[in-house]
Ligand binder design. Structure first.
Ligand code: ADP
Length: 434
């Protein structure tokens, strides 16, 4: 049978009252018999006997209605364990920014905050922690911390309710109460997922960068061996191999250049560039510089610019890099569309204005599943094609980082078979149009 806390309290109260009144029921009849006998024997006058009986009965009743010493001790134990203490614990852990659980020494959940439900949705007061959090590492650490009476930290991974790395700080504590010391265990959890994700990204990045560098290096060293051995006396083969080696060396140089640019931009990610840059002349400059490549790929660059200047605050060379990357990509991957539209416009967003630069190609387009990942380092839709085009897989990552530094954004729209549009938005400095 399940008895609620309230009901359990009233039952205790009733038991205590019945104990006290059992004593009253004994005292009153004995006192009545005694004073009747004294009156009958003439030792006391009827009035004296009545007053004596009245005094003794009143004393017994007063004692019964007050709290006995036992009751007081029981009450103070109750206070140590019961509501007021729990309210304080609950108030303290509710103020913590991380999930927190307070356990009795035997592992019964005493209190927890709302955040704790994120890691153990089934947590219930009065039930063992192991019902709600079945992680062996945490339960083992709790057991060790409780047995040894020392604070412990343990890191663990959960798949349910969501993939998450957490660190649990488990601290046994003694609480002093009038009824003696009681030990509780406080568990505070810290989300380690972002730290682990960054570590994973770093490891992936180093692995990718090494792989990208190792491929041309292996090719170079293979050709050197061939030139030193079988092709030593073959001028035709030497000519061809040296050409390939030059391409591979150029690819390594581009990769190192892009890696250095990325790390330089990351270093100043939070410093916003402050130089006024006119986008009209900058875009024209990029389009002109890429004319030879467009000619080589048989592509026309159609430029649509507003009259006058359109100024943003930025770093001239970094912005050149952004638009060079986007137009080069359109020329590399969308060449069969034969045309690229490069347009600049201004758009009002509430009180502010933005410059909108679009690079639209009419090539094969990009499948929707790739779109969200295109700005990741080394992410390519087709690695072989990217390599054949001299790509490093870092171009759009660079674009994204440069734009973030400029408080700008990149959006990509594409439908397979109908080309792709890369749009850059940059805040316009008000009052700079001439
Ligand atoms: P890469 O050095 O490979 O060009 P980017 O980061 O510039 O690296 O681009 C990442 C990938 O996005 C490319 O490898 C290519 O698969 C795809 N991509 C970029 N621009 C276009 C485009 N205009 N049309 C189709 N695919 C594109």
């Amino acid at each position: 049978m399940v008895i609620s806390d309230d009901r359990r309290g009233s039952l205790k109260e009733a038991a205590s009252w019945s104990r006290r009144f059992r004593r009253v029921r004994l005292v009153v009849p004995v006192a009545a018999a005694f004073f009747l006998l004294m009156g009958y024997l003439g030792e006391l006058s009827p009035l004296q006997a009545l007053v004596g009986f009245g005094l003794i009965s009143a004393a017994a009743l007063i004692e019964a209605s007050g709290e006995s010493r036992d009751d007081l001790a029981a009450r103070s134990r109750e206070d140590a364990r019961g509501l007021p203490g729990d309210l304080i614990i609950q108030a303290v852990i509710s103020g913590l920014p991380d999930p927190a659980i307070v356990l009795e020494r035997d592992g019964i959940v005493r209190a927890f905050n709302a955040k704790a439900l994120e890691i153990a949705p089934a947590l219930t007061r009065g039930q063992p922690l192991s019902f709600a959090l079945r992680n062996p590492a945490v339960l083992d650490a709790w057991r060790r911390a409780t047995t040894a009476g020392v604070a412990l930290r343990v890191e663990f991974f959960q798949r349910v309710p969501a993939d998450r790395w957490s660190e649990a700080a488990i601290t046994p504590i003694m609480t002093e109460t009038p009824a003696g010391g009681r030990s509780l265990v406080v568990m505070v959890f810290h989300d380690m997922t972002p730290v682990r994700q960054i570590e994973q990204m770093r490891a992936d990045f180093v692995a990718n960068a090494s792989h990208e560098l190792r491929t041309p290096l292996a090719s170079l060293s293979g050709f050197i061996d061939t030139l030193l051995g079988p092709a030593r006396a073959d001028p035709e083969a030497r000519e061809r191999f040296l050409g390939i080696m030059k391409d591979q060396a150029d690819r390594m140089a581009r990769l190192i250049d892009d890696l250095l640019s990325l790390s330089r931009i990351e270093l100043k990610a939070h410093v916003h560039p402050e130089n006024p840059v006119d986008l009209v002349s900058l875009l024209q400059q990029v389009a002109d510089a890429l004319q030879p490549l467009a000619h080589e790929r048989d592509v026309t660059i159609e430029v649509g610019m507003p009259e006058g200047e359109l100024t943003v605050l930025g770093d001239h060379d970094e912005l050149i890099r952004v638009f060079e990357n986007l137009i080069e990509n359109a020329l590399k991957y969308g060449a069969n569309g034969k045309r690229i539209d490069l347009t600049l416009a201004r758009e009002k967003i509430g009180e502010n204005e933005e410059a909108l630069v679009s690079v639209k190609d009419y090539g094969p387009g990009i499948a929707p599943e790739h779109l969200p990942r295109l700005t990741e380092r080394f992410y390519r839709v087709d690695v072989t094609e990217s390599r054949a085009q001299g790509g490093t897989g870092l171009g759009l990552a660079l674009v994204k980082h440069i734009l973030q530094r400029h408080r700008g954004r990149l959006s990509i729209e594409s439908t397979l078979g109908s080309g792709a549009t890369f749009t850059v938005r940059l805040p316009i400095v008000t009052g700079t149009r001439t």
